[in-house]
Ligand binder design. Structure first.
Ligand code: HEM
Length: 470
């Protein structure tokens, strides 16, 4: 009895050890298998077609047959484009590893990696975004920024009435936006020199980000080549650009800090972000609005009737009327959908990821194709038509999904300026439609050229702003 007990005890001890060993071996083996299997997972289908004028439309078309994710072969790391709302929600919204930004060595040489938009995901970014949310959340917006938004939207209406040539017209919109954002950031109007400097800095940032232009973006080690080495002209250019960047951000920041109140250094970078991220996106959306309204007099008339019925003709719409003007709001939603200001949004992933049997290697450039998602005919029937009624359907019918959930980006990197931008856009759209009828300069609707929406630039935007008789 005792022998058999000892035997079974030692057997069981042996078996336990063996079992443990076996299971460990199995676990390691399985893990190896999983890793090997993981390694063998393919990348998303490779995009192998011509880009045409607008890459986002080419990617959208290709993804219809290839699936939601596609790979663009690139030197160094692959680029993966996400083309559907579901995949963007599964990856960019739900998985925190996609909250990173790709490495952009040329932007780092220009000192830009300290800005919110370029910062890699981590504690520093969270702190910066917290400051931004405190200043820009929907709850505080009207109380803090209501008067500024009110004043600047009126200035823009005045400037549009006076603009007499297409150039003056573009400048009016851009200058208004720069004034708005500089006042939002530093609490004072910007002088012309400052505006010039800001434009130069934005232009230089655009150049640093140009795909394929700088070898250092593919070979990051080139960052460490001394500037005097022949062929290192990019380092000298970057050093100059970095100086303009510091002039633009540090001087007004320190002046503001001395004059007003102690400001945390983190705000210094945030201020530059607001200018860089806010100006082109909002001015592009305002220019889209004007170009589209010119070609849709029936939309202008319907919005005007709504404004008159709610607000009357003795005052202008203001932020307190916003909820009572559903058609005006629907116009803004449809502008965001029709021509999103940022058609491709770039994130990076901090660890290797897997999605529907495909592999997304660590540190891939992951681009959300916002344009494709907002032109998906399953979600937005006849996506190439401008139809604000999608978002304000008659007789309680269901509205199509709100583009605001996509056009401002995804997850932990979603645009912190969305409430500010939308409040300003509402005032500009409602007041422009209340005050003016937008007509072609020579009155000839047939002669209007098709609008071309290019990144950061919209062609054929020039309208006559005829004051409505009220
Ligand atoms: C129509 C107007 C605007 C549009 C369509 C827009 C859109 C976007 C998009 C798509 C992103 C990238 C989000 C992502 O990576 O997922 C972004 C980032 C950002 N936007 Fe906006 N934006 C607008 C206006 C503004 C304004 C007015 C401000 C500031 C007052 C602003 C500040 C920022 C900042 C700081 C970031 C970087 C956020 C981060 O990287 O964590 N934006 N915006």
């Amino acid at each position: 009895m005792s022998v058999s007990f000892k035997l079974s005890a030692s057997l069981s001890g042996f078996s336990l050890q063996v079992l443990l060993l076996l299971s460990l071996t199995l676990a390691v083996g399985l893990a190896g298998l999983v890793v090997r299997h993981h390694r063998r997972l393919p990348l998303p289908p490779v995009f192998n077609q011509g880009l045409g004028q607008y890459p986002w439309t080419a990617y959208a078309k290709f993804s219809k047959t290839a699936g939601p994710l596609i790979t663009i072969p690139a030197l160094g790391r692959p680029i993966v484009v996400i083309n559907t709302t579901k995949a963007a929600s599964d990856l960019l919204e739900r998985r925190s590893s996609f909250a990173d930004r790709p490495r952009w060595p040329m932007a780092e040489l220009l000192g830009r990696q300290d800005n919110v938009g370029f910062t890699y995901y981590g504690e520093r970014l969270k702190k910066m975004r917290k400051e931004l949310h405190a200043a820009l959340s929907a709850g505080v917006l009207v109380g803090i920024w209501g008067a500024l938004l009110d004043r600047e939207s009126l200035h823009l209406c005045q400037a549009l009435l006076n603009a007499k040539a297409p150039d003056a017209f573009y400048d009016s919109v851009e200058n208004n936006l720069q004034q708005l954002i500089v006042q939002f950031t530093y609490g004072r109007s910007a002088d012309l020199d400052y505006i010039r400097l800001a434009k130069l800095v934005m232009h230089q940032t655009g150049e640093a980000l140009q795909p394929g232009r700088w070898s250092v973006n593919f070979l990051p080690a080139l960052k460490y080549v001394p500037a005097w080495v022949p062929g290192a002209g990019f380092k000298r250019w970057a050093a100059e650009a970095k100086m303009s960047f510091y002039d633009m951000t540090r001087k007004p920041f320190y002046r503001c800090k001395e004059e007003v109140t102690p400001l945390p250094l983190v705000l210094h970078y945030i201020s530059n972000d607001a200018l860089a991220a806010g100006t082109e996106t909002v001015s592009g959306t305002v220019l889209s609005f004007i170009a589209i309204m010119l070609r849709h007099p029936e939309v202008q008339e319907r919005a005007y009737r709504e404004i008159v019925s709610v607000v009357g003709t003795t005052r202008l719409p203001d932020l307190s009327d916003r909820r009572a003007l559903p058609y005006v709001n629907a116009i803004i939603q449809e502008i965001h959908r029709f021509n999103p200001a940022v058609p491709l949004v770039t994130h990076g992933n901090s660890v290797e990821e897997e999605y529907e049997g495909m592999r997304i290697p660590k540190k891939t450039w992951v681009m959300g194709n916002v344009w494709a998602m907002l032109h998906d005919e399953e979600v937005y029937p006849e996506p190439d038509k401008f139809v604000p009624e999608r978002f304000a359907p008659p007789d309680g019918a269901a509205a199509q999904p709100d583009p605001n959930g996509i056009v401002f980006g995804f997850g932990r990197r979603r645009c912190p300026g969305l409430h500010f931008a939308n409040a300003y856009l509402y005032l500009v759209v409602a007041r422009t439609l209340a005050l003016f009828k937008l007509v072609p300069p020579d009155g000839d609707y047939q002669a209007l050229p098709p609008i071309e929406f290019m990144l950061g630039l919209i062609s054929s935007v020039f309208a006559l702003f005829m004051l409505r008789a009220v």
